[in-house]
Design a protein around this ligand. Structure first.
Ligand code: RUB
Length: 322
């Protein structure tokens, strides 16, 4: 039950929900770390009690944000590694599983970056959206290969994750042009690639990423600019193999409109005829995506399903479901 969940695990869950920890890969890493911490701190007196504490911890972390499948994929991976007949064995296998997951995550991102960098030529200009560590890994590898890369960075309303991307790129010495999202079509004339990450990839090759990605991809297609999605295989959404759709998170209206801004529009505090919608993600159909770059190679979106079948096979019930 929830009272067995370590406070530090609850605080990781809060950090994810409040976006102090954000981005699909970073969330997955934090989730695995939280399970390792729960295992370490557990005072369970029986193997059954240990398992139920781990499931409660996983559920707490799982119920933070719905769209990035790397989160449940991370939890499933670690809980699958939990094995043994005693509390000590369960504890050490869980910790080892979390460590392996985190190592693989880092290695996958490096490999993906090297593969993605092959698409980038010396002198290319890349347009980015949001902040994706997988996408940035491609640019980092291109820079390490001695290529000159420039970037047009969309600020990414409402939370301006583009600023994080711009900061990282400037640290690497990449010339950055920061633009408002609405200016993207005008600046696509200067771009050689659109490069984005993903929170989830569906079996049909649809890419679920930060709101605004799909409109950018449509415009890029119209301008003949290739759209490249950098996504480790933990972004592949196994439930979509059986026809499930990916839940799109909607966030609080205050990210878009502060209470005082609302008050300027309408003085009636509870004016429910002024609605603010704030979906955090959207779906880019496969026909607007040129390549999905993973640590297992580059795929046309329509063929990503073969990789999903190989990696996930049959889907089962989640261990934290009762
Ligand atoms: C982040 C976002 C990123 C993906 C991929 O959204 O949409 O593009 O998560 O990131 P938010 P990464 O800021 O709402 O979490 O490549 O680092 O996994």
């Amino acid at each position: 039950d929830a009272s067995d969940v370590a406070p530090v695990v609850q605080s990781t869950a809060d950090d994810i929900a409040e976006m102090r920890i954000r981005g699909a890969a970073t969330i997955a890493d934090a989730a695995a770390e939280a399970l390792a911490t729960q295992a370490e701190l557990s005072d369970a007196s029986s193997p059954a009690a240990f398992r139920s504490q781990m499931h409660a911890a996983a559920k707490t972390v799982y119920e933070t944000r719905p769209t990035a499948v790397s989160l449940p994929n991370a939890l499933r991976y670690v809980l699958r590694e939990m094995d043994g007949d005693t509390v000590d064995e369960l504890r050490s296998s869980t910790i080892a599983g979390a460590e392996a997951f985190r190592r693989n995550l880092e290695r996958a991102q490096t490999t993906l970056g090297e593969i993605g960098a092959n698409r980038l030529r010396d002198g290319d200009v890349v347009m980015t959206h949001c902040h994706s560590t997988d996408a940035l890994a491609c640019i980092e590898a291109a820079l390490e290969a001695g290529k000159h890369i420039e970037a047009i960075v969309r600020e990414t309303r409402p939370r301006n994750q583009g600023h994080i991307t711009a900061r990282q790129l400037r640290e690497w010495g990449v010339p950055v042009t920061l633009i408002v999202d609405n200016a993207a079509r005008r600046y696509l004339n200067d771009a050689d690639h659109v490069l984005v990450g993903a929170d989830s990839i569906a079996a049909d090759g649809s890419v679920i990423n930060k709101i605004g990605t799909s409109g950018l991809a449509v415009n890029a297609r119209e301008r003949g600019v290739p759209v490249m999605v950098a996504a480790q295989t933990i972004k592949l959404h196994p439930d979509t193999l059986t026809g499930h759709t990916v839940a799109i998170e909607t966030r609080d209206e205050t990210e878009v409109l502060t209470p005082s801004e609302r008050n300027e529009i309408t003085p009636h505090e509870s004016d429910d005829e002024l609605t603010v919608e704030n979906p955090a993600f959207d779906v880019t159909p496969p026909r607007h995506v040129d390549a999905i770059v993973t640590e297992r190679g580059q795929f046309p979106p329509e063929s990503i399903v073969t990789l999903m079948r190989e990696l996930f096979g049959e889907t089962t019930r989640d261990p934290w479901e009762t």
